[in-house]
Design a protein around this ligand. Structure first.
Ligand SMILES: Nc1ncnc2c1ncn2[C@@H]1O[C@H](COP(=O)(O)OP(=O)(O)OP(=O)(O)O)[C@@H](O)[C@H]1O
Length: 385
């Protein structure tokens, strides 16, 4: 009996063990199934994420390039592949070269998307790190105004640092207006076109100085940096480029910046200009170049002065700071014009110029002299080295 009980106990234990093993097996199967489901879900999530990533990269126009690691700072800028730039410029063909500046060479190029671009290949000095370069490019690309050249994007591959701008049909002021205007370029710069260019440039600068955050001081405003579109509307180029250059690069002046005014009223106008307006513009120019920066008007005030929203007649204009820096400066003999009206710009004393359209005295104590014919006068200052 005892032997039988032991036997049946053993059998029951065996049976229980069998059931436990069966249960364990079921649990393992269950766990396996759950794991598979989770893996399937995970792979779906991964695929979805990869799909989104692919989609966003292809929609933002960001191509794989050296800038890949910098996607976080390039979302607003089109990154061009070097290959595309080469194709656009026919491998930087000399025939497509439209200019050479302190920052490098500029080529006209036809991009794949059909846009015509001015492609600026930055010189070796400007080759900063990819991250710094792209950060600056992002800043520049956000700055948009009707009087600023639009940046389409850039190329940053290997040592290449290339900026891609909107190409403007009518070239820069130095190659058109200053290079003979109508006769050479076929463009006619009558007085109202010139006045419009002047106001447009002032508006572009006012925007850079006062509306862009942080403010941008161009530091290299000159005729070659004013590009004209097909309607002869001016666009300022190279703004923000100072930020891309190392401080030791001498191209951009860090103290006194700007290019002096040589002929104040162009004889090419043949005397057909609004003399009163010309004199007002001269006064505004003198206001802007006063020795003390505190006395100079802001660019938004300059726009108001140019457009006559604000009057400057009563202003005292103090001596320009730049002039004393030049070795030898003289005022050219006035050029006779056919203008009927006499407009005279008047220097009252060496430290304070009071420019008035109706009277004239002169002071030569600083080596300046001015002259005017009794009937018609075009005032022009020239710098000689
Ligand atoms: N967006 C543009 N559209 C058409 N032509 C352009 C454009 N940008 C530049 N150019 C041409 O390329 C020339 C060279 O321009 P860039 O700004 O590089 O040099 P720069 O102004 O002559 O000299 P710097 O670099 O010393 O200021 C300009 O004078 C102009 O003729």
């Amino acid at each position: 009996m005892k032997g039988e009980r032991i036997e049946s106990d053993e059998m029951r234990k065996e049976e229980r063990r069998g059931r436990t093993m069966e249960g364990d097996g079921e649990r393992v199967e269950e766990a396996k199934a759950r794991l598979i489901t989770e893996l399937q879900l995970l792979s779906q999530v991964c695929l979805t994420l990869m799909g989104c990533f692919w989609f966003s990269r292809h929609n933002s126009g960001v191509e794989p390039s050296e800038a890949d690691g910098e996607l976080s700072v390039t979302e607003k800028v089109k990154i061009y592949k070097y290959k595309e730039i080469r194709q656009a410029t026919d491998d930087f063909n000399a025939l497509n070269k439209i200019g050479e500046g302190g920052f490098g060479s500029v080529y006209k190029g036809h991009l794949k998307d059909g846009k015509v671009a001015a492609i600026k290949v930055l010189s070796a000095e400007s080759r900063q790190g990819v991250k710094e370069f792209l950060t600056e490019i992002n800043v520049i690309s956000e700055i948009q105004h009707e009087n600023l050249v639009k940046l389409y994007g850039c190329c940053v591959e290997g040592n290449h640092r290339i900026l891609v701008y909107n190409y403007l049909e009518n070239n820069s002021l130095d190659k058109t207006l200053l290079a003979g205007g109508y006769t050479r370029s076929g463009l006619q710069f009558d007085w109202s076109t010139r006045a419009n260019i002047c106001v447009g440039v002032a508006k572009g600068l006012a925007f850079l100085h006062e509306e862009v955050q942080p403010h941008i001081i161009h530091r290299d405003i000159k005729a070659s940096n004013i590009i004209l579109d097909r309607d002869l509307s001016p666009k300022i180029s190279d703004f923000g480029l100072a930020r891309l250059m190392p401080p030791n690069m001498t191209h951009v002046s860090t103290c006194v910046a700007g290019t002096i005014w040589s002929n104040l009223v162009d004889i090419a106008l043949g005397g057909v200009f609004d003399a009163e307006e010309a004199c007002r513009y001269l006064r505004i120019g003198l206001l802007c170049t006063q020795d003390s920066p505190q006395l100079r008007p802001t660019m938004s005030i300059v726009v108001k002065l140019l457009t006559e929203e604000k009057d400057i007649d009563t202003k005292k204009i103090t001596k320009p700071g730049l002039i004393s820096d030049f070795m030898d400066m003289k005022v050219r003999e006035p050029v006779e014009t056919k203008t009927e009206e006499v407009n005279r710009c008047n220097y009252t004393n060496p430290s304070s110029y009071n420019v008035s359209p109706s009277s004239r005295t002169s002071d030569n104590s600083n080596g300046y002299s001015s002259g005017a014919s009794s009937t018609n006068a075009v005032y022009s200052l020239s710098i000689t080295n």
